[in-house]
Design a protein around this ligand. Structure first.
Ligand SMILES: C[S@@+](CC[C@H](N)C(=O)[O-])C[C@H]1O[C@@H](n2cnc3c(N)ncnc32)[C@H](O)[C@@H]1O
Length: 489
């Protein structure tokens, strides 16, 4: 198993199209790489100009002159002095795309002689391994693995945290003491076997999720599907959601009738998930123990109505981190709203009341019950402002008339109290954006100090984004658990 086999595997499974190699020599590697666009950088100090070198430059000059070039995957194999490799890593990380990868050769030298500078051996790794130690010492953002083959092939996975960070390592000692490095290399380099590499970076089975209704109803069904899949197959799937969020597709069906369910007559087969959530790659997921939301029957309609304090967040958060991490577009809307409305989430009592046609499915609190709850909490936390989010205009009027320090996000769609649902009123062309806006507001609510909500998919997802349910006051679906009181806190 050689460096180019590893790189080719990654290019294939992640559909990478742009490859850069630093240090080409005779082209043994770059000529074997199967990628749509390949760039090769080499000043030609060790060999004549090999086929594959289209930038006859040092890596420093290349990065300096090509700041606008971004790659999916960069292979660093130029000058093997750690001071230079440090710079190559920094430049490469800057010029790889999100979730891109930086690969390094010669990370795992077998003996001290092969690392000496100046070079004394024919086969020579230089002190590249020291750059790995220095990188791992300060790195807090990216995953790192060294595949134990072909002198150690290092893989930095950009913007992806990993699980081994807590294992004790003394990078400083390893930098100064070869023997310490030699004894602890597995831990220090995060060495993995070729088999482990294929397990971690694999072609995952695809799960197709189908259900259309409100935005968070689609999310719940998708999450339920992933949980069940993990339970059954012990592996997390790649998810194809092309038949979901139909009501939110700008190029979807023209007229949205009031319906919910798995199918509509005309499907637009685009998967628009990435408008809402990042396409996070799945690494290091070693949780084999399936855990449901709670003990409720496994019927997706019921998930939204569970007691949110009983969610096994330790498990579910790991899944939502992968599949429901907010997209950059949503995060930027969120940032804009926070600035515009001067929102300090640590001093917010967020009230999220999903009314209107929700009464068809669950027990809703009356305005009076809600107002009493808001008043009670506001009395306790008088320095907090109230952020009110609801689809019923009348309720906004009631709250804003009673409390003078309210925040109402004007941008979200509201309707007069009725048996309709907001999403059916949004026109084509505004659907994606209005869902992104709604998500951004839900995320602000989930960050708020106190949250008052009713049961339903919206409430459930506020808790799932919050990743816990402390200081959440939930109005229960039914009185199964606490016979005299609908409110849970
Ligand atoms: C180990 S060889 C590359 C082997 C090749 N990547 C492979 O896998 O077959 C190192 C190459 O780095 C080139 N090199 C030396 N200094 C460099 C620098 N500052 N920037 C880029 N390449 C450099 C040398 O000319 C040499 O061809």
């Amino acid at each position: 198993m050689f460096r180019f086999d590893i790189i080719n595997h990654l290019i294939k499974i992640y559909n990478f199209t742009n490859y850069l190699e630093i240090g080409i020599f005779d082209g043994e590697c770059i000529n074997r790489i199967n990628c749509q666009n390949k760039d090769g950088v080499d000043p030609g100090v060790e060999n004549g100009l090999a086929i594959g070198v289209n930038y006859k430059l040092t890596s420093n000059d290349f990065f300096e002159q090509n700041k606008d070039k971004f790659y999916d995957i960069i292979f660093i194999d130029g000058l093997h002095l750690s001071e230079q490799v440090d710079v190559d890593i920094e430049n490469s990380l800057r010029q790889t795309k999100d979730n891109g990868m930086v690969i390094l050769h010669d990370c795992n030298p077998t003996n001290l002689e092969m690392t000496l500078i100046p070079r004394e051996t024919v086969q020579w790794n230089g002190d590249v391994y020291k750059s790995i130690l220095k990188f791992r010492k300060i790195n807090t953002k990216h995953s790192f693995f060294t595949v134990d083959t072909d002198w150690g092939v290092g893989i930095i996975v950009k913007n992806k945290k990993q699980l081994d960070w807590n294992a004790p390592k003394n990078y400083d000692l390893a930098l100064n003491d070869w023997h310490y490095f030699d004894l602890n290399r597995k831990n220090l380099l995060n060495l993995i076997s070729v088999e482990e590499f294929f397990k971690l970076f694999n072609d995952r089975p695809v799960l197709k999720t189908t259900w259309n209704s409100g935005f968070f109803s689609c999310c719940t069904v998708k999450l339920r599907g992933i949980l069940e899949f993990h339970h059954k197959n012990n592996i997390l799937p790649n998810v194809d959601s092309s038949e979901q969020w139909e009501l939110y597709k700008d190029d979807g069906i023209d007229e949205i009738q009031q319906w919910w369910g798995g199918t509509v007559d005309v499907f637009n087969q685009n998967d628009i998930t990435d408008k809402f959530f990042k396409n996070n790659k799945i690494y290091d997921f070693d949780f084999q123990n399936f855990s449901d939301f709670s003990n409720y029957p496994k019927v997706c309609n019921e998930d939204q109505f569970i007691n949110y304090h009983k969610i096994n967040y330790d498990y579910v958060n790991k899944i939502t981190d992968i599949y429901f991490d907010l997209s950059e577009e949503v995060l930027s809307i969120k940032k804009h709203l926070i600035k515009k409305y001067k929102i300090e989430t640590s001093k917010i009592i967020a009230v999220c009341f999903r009314g209107n046609d929700k009464f068809l499915e669950t027990n809703l609190p009356s305005y009076e019950i809600l107002m009493n709850k808001i008043e009670k909490i506001k009395n306790e936390f008088s320095d907090h402002k109230i952020l009110i989010q609801t689809d019923e205009k009348e309720f906004i009027d009631l709250v804003t008339n009673k409390f003078n320090d309210c925040i109402v996000i004007e941008e979200t769609t509201k309707i007069n109290k009725s048996t309709n649902s907001v999403q059916y009123t949004i026109k084509k062309g505004q659907r994606v954006y209005s869902a992104q806006l709604f998500l951004a507001v839900m995320s602000i609510i989930s960050d708020s100090s106190k949250v008052i909500l009713n049961s339903g998919n919206v409430g459930l997802w506020i808790c799932l984004f919050r990743k816990k349910s402390n200081n959440v006051y939930q109005f229960l679906h039914k009185l199964d658990e606490t016979p005299n009181e609908f409110w849970l806190e």
